[in-house]
Design a protein around this ligand. Structure first.
Ligand code: GAL
Length: 970
């Protein structure tokens, strides 16, 4: 019996420990937890965070020794950070599988080898903790993977499953002023694991907050904020239903009403674009809870998802929670970083794939403005290996667990204006359990439509959702030509996943966006996915599946995000930002005007300041503000441009129009560019090099203008005093993840076929060196061993006094049935000369044929290192598109026509062979690729390959480069 009991009650001695672990494999959601209720960020009731350093012991099986009694000495145990995953803190290691269960499938049984983490924390109550009569307290767990059993001061509170959902236990009578012992046993595997087969790392632990909440007598329990918006009347109707009666006040709106009573007043609506929140208070006899109220009405009407009467175009991403060191244990700043990055990249929607996120993330979505599709913590994808036999969602024994998950999501998150759709889960097949969830959710919250991609006929859902459908099929759906059941044909369409952003890519974003813009039924989608789940690793840089010796794993399929694991935006995100621009700026550069279209769903253009600049050969000659009316959503205007500057020199001229934030916002500063358009005014004059220089031969060396060649092979050895090595035709690129494609796809995959053909080991046969007069002609045939097809390649060199011109003519021979990875030349330059790279062309980032919207024509500068995109698994990257000229390694190179520039301190072969970034060590040579063409990227690592017009077809080609010593090189 404890003498310092907070409530005066006796504490009990430990019970239950070690007496059975049936709960681990029990299909029920658990026992002892309180019913779910609304989550609120704060109140005036006391609370105590139990995050911090806990004692920790790992056992190999679920039957670990007892530890929950008071006075248990855990002094010899390790320490662990809570929130955290033990496998990321030196105890065991993470496992990555996409959809396969990493244990034998025998539901609900799990392996005997079931890593079990005992967590122990001793805490005192703060001095001001209220200990009055009738005061209670609850202990709340925000996320524990995958199954927990909890004791406080030796008394068992219960068990629970549902890793990314809140669980609360009444603890008031057990609390003591000092020396409270909280013991939590966490099992990595449980029956719940069968419901949590999301494509991600398996990461056990107490990975979200643990909090003790004081519950005052007459305190708030559950409440439901209903805040709708009538777009015709411009009014909002607020009704707050509360289990415990009280009053609701919203001073700014003059609202002061009892709970349960509706009130209608003029308001500004909430939208992702203008996230207007009103501060209110729910006050019961014992507690005051701040409310952040957003008025908005979501409906499916006329076959469209409408918010506040207008259809919404979802420009979304799928967001898993991820931190490269802490896994799914996210701090507020990381969550905010995600939201800010999304807002700054024109993203307006998030699918919380595939579980409800940390609740604070939803607060941020309310505040900064993002449409949210909140998804339940449910996926049973591994049952696809059994042709979906024994799928828990079609087995009534599991239905209580499914309903528990649905209720815990909806009850916890229902008061967020940002949430506009509920999702039953992901890739769980079909079955009665899902229907039961849908019915429960509809009854509890009829105000939000339902999503579930696995429901192809839309029996239980209100939107037709698909993942990875190709452009042609999406267009058919947009045209209502996709057939299907009548109910589905009347529903709006969402791509809940598309554009697989694994490695270099995705390609084809602009093509999708054009479809979304063209067909009303297509209400946008969510790129897969937001972030690479690479784990920071001392030797590998970022680790992926297999790096921890997993017996079953799916490699780097876990790294398929728009941001790298450290949240550095990948070129795919920069492309997505451009493609999503909420303002259309179009024109042809010579018309004296541009057309500006407001593509927002709800906001006018008053928050943006437009400007123009006039550029010649990439240099800005003049610039100024461009007055644009505050167009309403959907409106367009033709906006006159000023006259081009009178004194503009000859050259390639462009207008560049920018729309930037006119003032600081919560998510970016004034001047942040939201949209831009660039229009050519005059064309480029290609470089002309009259063949005035004569060939000279002496001592086995040929010279032509600034070029020096080996007289026997015709190989270029120097330009001026810059040594050149290995110049030759190149068609190989280190296949991207999207080139490699997904093994399960029916469509032919380029990467394996390229390698099968031998494009990575082309042989160069020298047929003739013809030196005479003003030209050196080198005839070759480039072909892989064992094949009869090849590329007849002729290099023709000419020069004027200072510049050397290479014209390359490529004629395919044989039966080519594949596109090429790339077509151009490669050459080596000494790295010692200069690391600086300057170019006039597309930039500043990398671009490929089907991912080039974000490439702005201009003068750019970088270093060779800076040109690289550090994809977690090394692969082709870093090409700069539409390059007119470039200066690097002591040379100036001009293209005729424009070319792709790639430069790196390792060869393509080294890039291809590397499995992790750290394997790439800079050598003494800068390997430069000057490409006439590149194959598109597509997103075949899970979706379609590049569209036909982005494929690099094998056909006769001619292209030229002009080389000269770079006058600016030191
Ligand atoms: C989808 C799935 C995602 C992810 C993606 C591929 O089928 O819903 O969770 O696995 O494919 O990266």
């Amino acid at each position: 019996m404890s003498v310092d009991s907070c409530t005066g009650n006796d504490t009990e001695t430990e019970t239950g420990i070690g007496t059975g672990i049936e709960y681990v494999e029990d299909v029920s959601p658990g026992s002892g937890a309180l019913p779910p209720r609304a989550r609120y960020a704060s109140s005036d009731a006391a609370s105590l965070s139990l995050n911090g350093t806990w004692r920790f012991r790992l056992s190999p099986t679920a039957e670990a020794g007892s530890f929950a009694r008071e006075g248990y000495d855990a002094g010899g145990w390790a320490e662990i950070a809570v929130p955290g995953h033990w496998v990321l803190q030196g105890h065991g290691s993470p496992v990555y599988t996409n959809h396969r269960y990493p244990f034998p499938v025998d539901p609900p049984r799990v392996p005997t080898e079931n890593p079990t983490g005992d967590h122990l924390r001793v805490f005192d109550l703060p001095a001001d903790w209220p200990c009055g009569d009738g005061d209670g307290a609850v202990l709340r767990f925000d996320g524990v993977e995958s199954c927990a059993r909890v004791w406080l001061n030796g008394t068992e509170l219960g068990t629970f499953k549902g890793s990314r959902l809140d669980h609360e236990f009444t603890v008031g009578p057990l609390l003591k002023v000092t020396g409270n012992v909280l013991a939590v046993r966490v099992h990595q595997w449980s029956a719940g694991s069968y419901l949590e087969d999301q494509d991600q790392w398996w990461l056990p632990g107490i990975f979200r907050d643990v909090t003790l909440l004081h519950r005052p007598a007459d305190g708030v329990r559950d409440f439901f904020v209903h805040a709708s918006y009538d777009h015709r009347a411009g009014t909002g109707t607020l009704r707050v239903d509360s289990d415990v009666a009280g009053r609701v006040t919203v001073p700014e709106l003059g609202i002061d009403v009892p709970t349960g009573e509706p009130v209608t007043v003029p308001v500004r609506p909430w939208s992702a674009e203008v996230p207007r929140l009103y501060d209110g208070v729910l006050a019961t006899g014992g507690e005051r809870v701040p409310l952040r109220i957003g008025f908005r009405t979501v409906e499916v009407a006329d076959g469209l998802i409408k918010v506040n009467g207008r259809p919404v175009l979802f420009k979304g991403v799928n967001r898993h929670e991820w931190h490269p060191e802490r896994g799914r244990a996210l701090d507020l700043e990381t969550m905010r970083a995600d939201v800010l990055l999304m807002k700054r990249h024109n993203i307006n929607a998030v699918r919380t794939s595939h579980y409800p996120p940390h609740p604070a993330f939803l607060d941020l979505c309310d505040e900064y403005g993002l449409w949210v599709l909140d998804e339940c913590d449910l996926e049973t994808h591994g049952f696809t290996e059994l042709a979906w036999r024994d799928n828990p969602v079609d087995d009534d024994r599991w239905t209580p667990a499914l309903l528990d998950r649905a209720a815990r999501m909806v009850e916890r998150d229902k008061n967020h204006p940002s949430i506009v759709l509920w999702s039953l889960g992901n890739e769980a097949g079909g079955g009665r359990g899902l229907t039961a969830m849908a019915e429960w959710i509809r009854a509890r919250d009829p105000s939000r439509p339902l999503h579930y991609e696995g429901d192809r006929d839309c029996r239980d859902t209100d939107v037709y959702a698909r993942m990875y459908a190709g452009h042609a099929e999406v267009e058919r759906i947009g045209r209502h030509l996709d057939g299907g059941p009548l109910r589905r044909r009347r529903l709006p369409f969402l791509m809940c996943e598309y554009a697989h952003a694994m490695g270099n890519g995705p390609g084809g974003l602009a093509d999708y966006q054009r479809l979304f813009a063209s067909y009303q039924r297509l209400q946008g989608g969510f790129v897969w996915e937001w972030i690479d789940h690479g784990i920071a690793h001392p030797k590998l840089g970022f680790a992926y599946g297999g790096d921890f010796g997993e017996e079953l794993h799916d490699g780097n399929f876990v790294c398929d995000g728009l941001v790298l694991p450290d949240r550095r935006p990948s070129p795919g995100l920069v492309e997505y930002k451009k493609v999503l621009e909420p303002v259309g700026i179009t024109g042809d550069g010579t018309a004296g005007a541009v057309r500006v279209t407001n593509g927002y769903d709800a906001a006018d253009l008053s928050a943006l300041a437009f400007s123009w600049s006039y550029q010649v050969d990439g240099e800005t000659l003049a610039s100024g503000p461009l007055p644009v009316p505050a167009l309403a959503p959907g409106e367009s205007a033709d906006v006159k441009l000023p006259a081009p500057p009178a004194e503009a020199p000859d050259g390639e001229a462009h207008w560049l129009i920018r729309a930037a934030l006119a003032a600081d916002t919560a998510w970016a500063e004034r001047g942040h560019v939201v949209a831009w358009g660039q229009f050519p005014v005059s064309d480029r004059t290609p470089p002309r090099v009259p063949a005035t220089a004569r060939l000279r031969v002496s001592d086995g060396v040929l010279t032509l203008g600034p070029g020096t060649f080996d007289a026997r092979t015709g190989a270029l050895t120097a330009v001026g005093d810059v040594a050149v090595t290995g110049l030759r035709l190149d068609v190989w690129r280190a296949p991207t993840d999207n080139d490699e494609g997904a093994a399960w796809q029916d469509a032919p995959r380029c990467g394996p076929r390229w390698r099968g053909l031998g494009l990575h080991r082309m042989r160069h046969r020298l047929d003739a060196v013809e030196a005479g007069g003003d030209a050196l002609t080198v005839r070759t045939r480039v072909a892989p061993a064992g094949r009869e097809l090849g590329l007849s390649t002729v290099y023709r060199w000419t020069a004027d006094g200072d510049r050397l011109r290479l014209a390359v003519r490529v004629v395919p021979e044989g039966d080519w049935t594949l596109p090429l990875p790339r077509l151009g030349i490669r050459l080596g330059l000494p790295a010692a000369r200069a690391d600086r790279v300057r170019w006039f062309g597309g930039g500043p980032g990398e671009a490929y044929p089907d991912s080039k919207a974000a490439a702005m024509t201009g003068r750019w500068e970088s270093t060779v290192a800076g040109l690289q995109t550090p994809y977690v698994r090394p692969q082709e990257n870093g090409a700069r598109i539409d390059v007119r000229w470039a200066e690097l390694g002591g040379l100036r190179i001009e293209g005729d026509p424009l070319f792709f520039l790639t430069a790196r301190r390792w060869t393509t072969e080294q890039l291809d062979a590397a499995t992790h970034r750290t394997a790439l060590v800079p050598g003494d040579t800068i390997w430069v690729n000057l490409d006439h063409a590149q194959h598109g990227l597509g997103s075949q690592s899970c979706g379609p390959g590049p569209l036909p017009h982005h494929q690099l077809r094998v056909e006769p080609s001619e292209f030229a480069f002009v080389f000269a010593p770079d006058p600016g090189a030191a």
